[in-house]
Design a protein around this ligand. Sequence first.
Ligand SMILES: C[S@@+](CC[C@H](N)C(=O)[O-])C[C@H]1O[C@@H](n2cnc3c(N)ncnc32)[C@H](O)[C@@H]1O
Length: 268
Amino acid sequence: MSFAASWLALREPYDLAARDGDVLAAVAASLAGRPAITIVDLACGTGAMRRALGPRLGQHQAWRLVDNDLGLLARAAAGAPPPGTRVATVPLDLARDLEAALDGAPDLVTMGALLDLVSAEWLERLTVETAARLLPVYAALTYDGRASLEPADPFDETIIGAVNRHQRLDKGFGPALGPRAAAAAIKRFEAVGYSVVHGAADWVFGPQDREIQSEVLAGWASAARELGGVPLAAIVDWLTRRRDVVAAGRSSMRVGHVDMFARPMGLR
Ligand SMILES: C[S@@+](CC[C@H](N)C(=O)[O-])C[C@H]1O[C@@H](n2cnc3c(N)ncnc32)[C@H](O)[C@@H]1O
């Protein structure tokens, strides 16, 4: 599955605003006082995690940014990082080579907007492999299936239902956990002996956030069309009505995400 750099750029400020402050603080506190930190960011995209988390961590940071999209990796490597920060990009297919990505004893494993794409089997691999290495895991911005729109349209529920079923399709890691991913991840990490803090990290779009609302609504319409079962004309009519409300500056949306920090109990 590919993600456009323009879409990642559009969502980045909303992701930044959505991140749960208590979870971020727990991540930063767990690494406070270390002279140097190595972080592996799985499915890094253009490097939003480094830009969000880096300013919260100590001065000497080495980031290994992993993705299978070479175009996104090139963007993640572009520009000079802040003083004291080193960035290396690692092209890897995480569906196949997760274990290789975790090599080298990092201090922290991070991922943003990844877990809803993965299967239960891949999540199990992640928990087993990180637990075996005693690695803390910060998984941000996992979509959790909650979505609400104002003003409400009678067809919203049908579209959101279709989107949540589409979320369960294979995104390259086997049948995706989709909206179940956040709860499943919390449960699995607790089961392998981690202490987990988590919190809501919802996108909140106000009437002025026209561009991102239009993109999200168009993405939902595409997902409903791809899934099948909902008449195309009804999807197009819904999208037209919703776009008109966005253009009129009357639309608001909330899209549910969860942030999680999982830490092996008794970690050094
Ligand atoms: C929703 S984007 C999130 C990007 C970034 N973490 C962020 O928060 O902006 C999902 C990312 O997963 C990457 N991805 C998807 N499947 C992958 C795979 N099999 N191996 C490595 N990366 C993958 C995509 O290239 C994309 O960068």
